[in-house]
Design a protein around this ligand. Sequence first.
Ligand SMILES: [Zn+2]
Length: 346
Amino acid sequence: MAKFAKNKPVRSKIFLKNAQKSMTIKNRNICGFCKEQNNERLYPVKDIFGDEYSIHKCFECNAYFLAPRPDEEKLKQAYDTSYYGENKEKFSSPGVERVLDRFRQGRARRLRRYISDVAKVLDVGCGNGRFLMYLSRLGHFHLYGTELEGKSAQRAAQVQQITLKTGMLEKDDFAQESFDAVTLFHVFEHLAEPAQMLEIIASIVKKDGIAVFSFPNIESYQSKWFKGKWLHLDPPRHLFFFGPDDFKALMKKHGFEAINEHYISTEQNPYGMVQSLLNLWCDKREVLFERLKGNKEYIKNYKGIKLFLQKLFFVFTFPLFIFTDIIAGIMKKGATVEIIFRKQNC
Ligand SMILES: [Zn+2]
């Protein structure tokens, strides 16, 4: 509404209040986090299947969310093959997986600074389990992972150092205050019941224990520039988003204090810039990204020359966007954020 008010200075506050009220009544889209209906529509977004959604902002809990909420069939389609990759690994190029392994090692080393040599660690949505595998090399940890049934879980099941639960983390899976650290790397925004997940995490982390969350920064420069074309909206898989300060305030209510935050990510952010620009200029979104994941079906009618030009653009601009990500990160406007929390001892 603030934006609307700015554009229409002649309209009175009463008018705006009424407009907001009537919009809220008409707008039956329910917030993905708090389940309230008091929100505004910000901008449209189309997924790779051609389905149309909007990003809304909730006036109650400050979450941004995808509306209407995709039904189970649409989510199943979205997660089916192209999300986890068609091959042995998520990305068809072994080079990409090797680079991702370097980032997984970096995450493991960062967490290691906050935990003891015998810590008990849970990675929620552990993917192929390789982050935990690298962590296992840095101490004598007890490592647990959860991953939904599918190709990633099958890959994680091969990692011997992990006790894996296939499926969603449930309330009674683990004892209260039993973990020294719980991590969710780019998982939170996918959850159907995120508020419940926070309750569970708050209960299973020990006092003085660590919780690590990383997610797209909806208040980043990229998000503001690209709106519905932004790569990290990833419709229809990302259901909701929080600005970093709102998320920290939410975690505070659960007894967690933010002790560190990173806004620079060479893994996530420069590619976000490349793909979002391509999404802006090209008629079809995420062509190059889907190609990297081996989704041949999505690109089967796409002209080879256009794909080649996109690859060329990627190769030549990526170094530049590593540099611009550092600047955005310093301003706390990086496209993704990782926040490390410590549970208060009281
Ligand atoms: Zn809400």
